[in-house]
Design a protein. Sequence first.
Length: 402
Amino acid sequence: MSSRSSARTVPLGFDRPDRSSRIRLGLTILIAWRNLIHDRLRFAVTLVGIAFSTLLIGIQLGMLLNFMHTTSIIVDQAGADLWIAAPRALSVDLATPIQERRRFQALSVPGIERAESYFLHFSFWQRSDGLRQTVIVIGVDPDAEMGLPPSLAKGPSVREALASPDGVVIDELYAEKLGVTGLNQVAEINDRRARVVGFTRGMRTFTQSPYVFTSLRNGRLFLRKSDNDITYVLIKLKNGADQNDVIVKLKNKMPDVDVLTASEFSRRSEMYWLFTTGAGATIIGSALLALLVGIVISAQTLYASTMDRLPEYAVIRAIGGPRSYLYSIVIQQAVIGGALGSVLGLTIVAIIVVVAENLSSRPEVPIWLGILIGCLSIAMCVGASVVSLSKITAIDPVKVFR
């Protein structure tokens, strides 16, 4: 009788220390899996619930990441090491004009290879049908090396496009909004003729005022500014130059301007729109709400699944299974459900990202964020399973024999 009892308990891994950890792991995973799939309908509901919470989190975090990158896209793609701006520039899109003499002052500082003028200003675009849209005009010298628009999806080269008289470059995502159907179409910027000579791809703007690239000369003409007006000076350092030393020298020469690294200016733009505006607060709040909803959904589905299996857990306790063994089953059940549900949810997120590729606003979910969301979903499921552990602890094995 003793040998039979031993034969039955060995597979559960309760009485042989040298094999217990390996046996327990295999059996707890098997039991956890069978608990999940025993009721196919409940299993489907559990997966849908976890997938839905993953979907919510993925979309909201993707929108948050897209918002952050979009607010600083001008800085990130410019290729400059340093930016000279008016004092207390809050964001790259919200700057006070400075004089072009700042560029010549910067060129006199050792360690600087190039200093280029950059013009940026809000303006009005008038479509051929008379409707007006706000745009952000960006003026760049055709011979510049920094601040140029990315390679054009349609049209001539970037430098040829900028060198065109009255030529402008817009992003194809906003062509319909600006009433543009093709190249060489004519519109007006502040009542001055503007001809579309090229299209960029992926230059999104969070303000929904599209970026319009043109030459530095055209930008000043569109805004009726003098030849000395610019918005920024973009700095490229010489190879081997000490960035901090150059910044100190620039500030000593021009104490009445801000000298910012590209990363610093990018971060400043992101933080301004995230934490000092309603748009950023809304997106952050939505992301936090998605996390809360995900936790609630995961907790509810996994709690219900655990409650359905209480009699089976009582049997395991009756034949000598310790509480830690039951805890392991519940937690592994949460891990399996979380992993499968998050894969399903992330698959839907990936489909949405692909479908929204040509929209002006879309979630941005790189691989690292997808992995993070998957781990977060599994962690939420494990955390949610803790809610049901109190019921496991209160199991009375005696009720099996009643």
